[in-house]
Write a protein that binds this ligand. Structure first.
Ligand SMILES: *Cc1c(COP(=O)(O)O)cnc(C)c1O
Length: 369
């Protein structure tokens, strides 16, 4: 029997060990721990990669979202519209600013925000739309930008799972007003600890975000306002700088692995991922739908064959206890609620090989028979 991890970060490190170890030694010998040339060089590289003018390294993806919203002036009394299916960091960041989070149900095919249901949630207090490119699948940005422009709303992208994804020839993260990334180790571009970044082509928001992330200052002790301490450190920046060069190839391998899964899972009974037109997803996760009421058995079946799986996410955000105060019922978000009970994430990472995908697919088909 094989053992197939859900994600294997060790395999990737083995491939690039020399480069990573050299980069870390350099940071330490130059004591460039906070700020410094490694950070600057990564920020420039990542901005260029995203097709944006500015990149600001921050402490993590949650802070990237929080600081982006703050830089746009969003706070108490405002409302931010986001999606019912995501990691809690998305909605947490809204609440952290003092604004109210307003959820929208999902598209049943993509599990991303249902763009047809956004406008009904807009009020006089709405300030921004916060779409998530979940699983590395681009949200349908054109209608979102159109709604944003029509109602004078900002658009902030949660690109924490979509480094390098493309939407109609544009890079995810540089399509809305501000894009936010996480470099949590398991993400497509992952640090060896926590990290995050904000990208934007707007000079004013870039300056504000950078100040807010660094105690509200530009120079050493000239604090124009209060901010927070949320910085991408030198070691993480150097590691990310090495890994950024490999990201296009790693994303390509994820896409190849997804198409192998698609091929092997034909007629298996599970619903494979759906790609909207003219996009290039980067398969942070490969999520299938396994049918109502069988998920636990399905995951057990795979576990017995040495295959680890995950669920992203088992409870839709509005149904979490954390949001009980909003007074939602499950029937308010029928699509997200139904999906949360049927979705399963299969092992997905660039270093996964064909024979392993075949093995997983066989185990999936076995369950169906
Ligand atoms: C990982 C993630 C975040 C938060 O990033 P952290 O670096 O863990 O703070 C936000 N949104 C989504 C969709 C994520 O997957």
């Amino acid at each position: 029997m094989k053992t197939i991890a859900f994600v294997d970060l060790r395999r990737q490190y083995e491939e690039i060990r020399g480069e990573i170890d050299r980069a870390m030694e350099e940071v330490i010998s130059k004591t460039a721990f906070v700020g410094g040339s490694f950070l600057k060089s990564f920020e420039e590289g990542f901005a260029a990669f995203c097709g944006a003018k500015h990149c600001i390294g921050v402490g993590n993806g949650t802070d990237a979202l929080f600081l982006a919203l703050k830089a746009l002036g969003i706070g108490a009394g405002d409302e931010v519209i986001t999606v019912a299916n995501s990691f809690i960091a998305t909605s947490e960041a809204v609440t952290m600013t003092g604004a109210k989070v307003v959820f929208v149900d999902i598209d049943p095919r993509t599990y991303n925000i249902d763009v047809a249901r956004i406008e009904e949630k807009i009020t006089s207090r709405t300030k921004a739309i916060l779409p998530v490119h979940l699983y590395g699948q681009p949200a349908d940005m054109d209608p979102i930008l159109e709604i944003g422009a029509k109602h004078g709303l900002k658009v902030v992208e949660d690109a924490a799972q979509a480094h390098g994804a493309m939407y109609k020839g544009r890079r995810i993260g540089s399509i809305g007003d501000i894009g936010c990334f996480s470099f949590y180790p398991g993400k497509n571009l992952g640090a060896y600890g926590d990290g995050g970044a904000i990208v934007t082509s707007n000079d004013e928001w870039a300056v504000r975000a950078r100040m807010l992330a660094n105690h509200g200052r530009v120079e050493k002790y000239d604090h124009d306002m209060e901010g927070v301490n949320s910085r991408l450190d030198g070691l993480q920046a150097a590691i990310l700088g090495v890994k950024l060069k490999h990201l296009p190839e790693w994303n390509e391998r994820r896409r190849r692995n997804a198409s192998l899964y698609n091929e092997y899972l034909k007629n298996s009974g599970v619903v494979t991922p759906f790609e909207i037109k003219d996009v290039q997803p980067v398969y942070h996760l490969y999520v299938v739908k396994c049918g109502n009421g069988v998920r636990e058995k399905f995951q057990d079946h795979l576990k017995q064959r040495g295959i680890s799986t995950g669920v992203h996410y088992p409870i839709a955000l509005p149904n979490l206890k954390a949001y009980a105060y909003l007074g939602h019922r499950e029937s308010d978000f029928p699509v997200a609620t139904a999906a949360s009970r049927e979705i399963v994430s299969l092992p997905m990472f660039p270093e996964l090989v064909r024979s392993e995908i075949e093995y997983v697919a066989e185990a999936v088909k076995d369950f169906r028979m």
